[in-house]
Design a protein around this ligand. Structure first.
Ligand code: 4AD
Ligand code: MG
Length: 433
């Protein structure tokens, strides 16, 4: 008999089936044994009656440890009490591999679960998160491909910073020094002069020197860049992307969201409502009304982003951050007259749970301005020669943004810590397994 996955067997209402999977739970008495069998599709209760199976099957059912792998033959039987409406009456049971006692017992600390992440990946929680993550990354590709964007990946070894030198990872490179990429952006800017609309989802590295619940040292950033586009149009694409991803998850992952006990109120609003855009200066006024004083010119911190999320019931775009706190490539916008100092054609999306989810901007086309900013940041101009070239040979207005994939997964799944949004997290104090 050919192997069927548990949910396929249930949906197909086949009578006789052969299943392969792992022991999720088990209990037995002198005449009966019950095994909850798990595979990637779901779980099913297997009922083993001592008198109805051969001696080897009974031995297997009573001696198995949690997470042993099994092959099971039997017949599906309707059972209203079973979570899927069916149970399996077992005819034959064999080990594929008899497992040693599984190290994850009842009481465990988050740190221990990270130590045994390679085994904890099998848990209902991690399985649900990873299925949702797969929907999220699939939706990113679908969103941009439907809009005629080309997928192009950046180099991971780079000679220079994109987002400031303080979070660069240095790597030995044939006797020289290079860095792990902080963002594909500078290369995306080169590519739009050929392909006009490009996107990617790639590993990104930041040597974040503090452990927070929303920072990783290695994370995936989904970025886009487009020629002939201003920051306003670009920020609307960011809103549409997030909305599309949430809609896809709500369509495809109801079972996983339920397993995570996720209250869907904010996700449903984010899937349907319009997301407002406000300026940074206006955001400070709203925060002041809520009793939070932020000095104009200071970046918004997590607590302030959280406060904004209490005022709005969807993600918001905050535009026109002060130039002082912006990267070298962001152009000044003279149009925001409300602001007491120079501000940029830049935007961040703030979302529930995680705060900053997207960072983006129009890109300066003024070679003198870029050079001045780079010098001010203490960067070697030589490393940016290729970037400055882009302003010399047929430059056009262009914009782009990056979305933090793990932050989006963290929000959608309602996770306390970003570490659970990626299979094997890397932070300042976690690089194994
Ligand atoms: O705001 P950031 O630094 O923007 C850039 O890197 C731009 N060059 C992107 C672009 O315009 N193409 O990062 C973008 C997003 C953040 O909003 C956040 O969601 C995520 O990347 N991010 C992190 N996620 C996890 N861990 C970290 N250490 C992160 N740093 C940024
Ligand atoms: Mg940012």
């Amino acid at each position: 008999m050919k192997r069927t996955q548990i949910m396929k067997a249930i949906e197909g209402k086949a009578k006789s089936v052969l299943l392969k999977g792992w022991v999720h739970r088990k209990r037995s008495s002198s005449q009966m044994a019950f095994i909850i069998l798990r595979d990637a599709s779901g779980t099913i209760q297997c009922v083993i009656k001592k008198d109805d199976v051969d001696a080897k099957s009974w031995e297997c059912a009573t001696n198995t440890n949690i997470e042993s792998s099994l092959v099971v033959e039997g017949t599906l039987k309707k059972d209203e009490r079973a979570p899927t409406g069916y149970e399996l009456v077992v005819k034959k049971l064999r080990f594929i591999s008899q497992g040693e006692p599984f190290p994850i017992a009842r009481d465990f600390s988050p740190e221990f679960l990270l130590d045994v992440r390679h085994l904890w990946m099998r848990s209902t929680k991690m399985t649900a998160i990873m299925k949702i993550r797969s929907t999220v990354t699939g939706a990113i590709h679908e969103f941009f491909r439907n809009k005629g964007y080309h997928e192009l990946t950046p180099p991971i070894f780079t000679p220079a910073a994109c987002e400031g030198g303080s979070t660069l990872f240095e790597v030995k490179y044939f006797g020289k020094k290079v860095y792990l990429t902080q963002s594909w952006q500078l290369y995306a800017e080169a590519m739009v002069f050929a392909l006009e609309k490009v996107y990617d989802n790639s590993p990104t590295f930041r040597s974040e020197k503090s452990s927070t619940a929303r920072h990783l040292a290695e994370f995936w950033m989904a970025e886009m860049e487009a020629a002939f586009m201003d920051y306003k149009e670009c920020s609307e694409i960011g809103k549409a992307e997030v909305k599309f991803i949430i809609q896809e998850v709500l369509k495809k992952n109801q079972k996983e969201l339920a397993a995570l006990k996720r209250d869907l109120t904010d996700l449903k609003l984010a899937a349907t409502k319009k997301y407002p855009t406000i300026t940074y200066t206006h955001a400070l006024k709203l925060l002041k009304k809520a009793g939070m004083n932020v000095k104009w010119g200071k970046d918004l911190r997590t607590i302030e982003e959280r406060e904004l999320m209490k005022i709005f019931d969807t993600p918001i775009m905050v535009t026109h951050y002060p130039k002082e706190i912006m990267a070298f490539y962001k152009p000044v916008d003279a149009e925001d007259t409300e602001a007491p100092g120079p501000v940029c054609k830049a935007f961040d999306m703030i979302a529930p749970v995680v705060g900053e989810l997207i960072g983006g901007s129009e890109r300066s086309t003024d070679i003198k301005e870029i050079t001045k900013n780079l010098k001010k940041e203490g960067e070697k101009l030589d490393n940016y020669k290729f970037y400055l070239d882009l302003r010399k040979y047929g430059s056009v207005p262009h914009s782009g943004y990056g979305l933090g994939v793990e932050r989006l997964v963290q929000w959608i799944c309602g996770l306390e810590n970003i570490k659970d949004a990626i299979p094997f997290p890397r932070t300042m104090d976690r690089w194994t397994p």
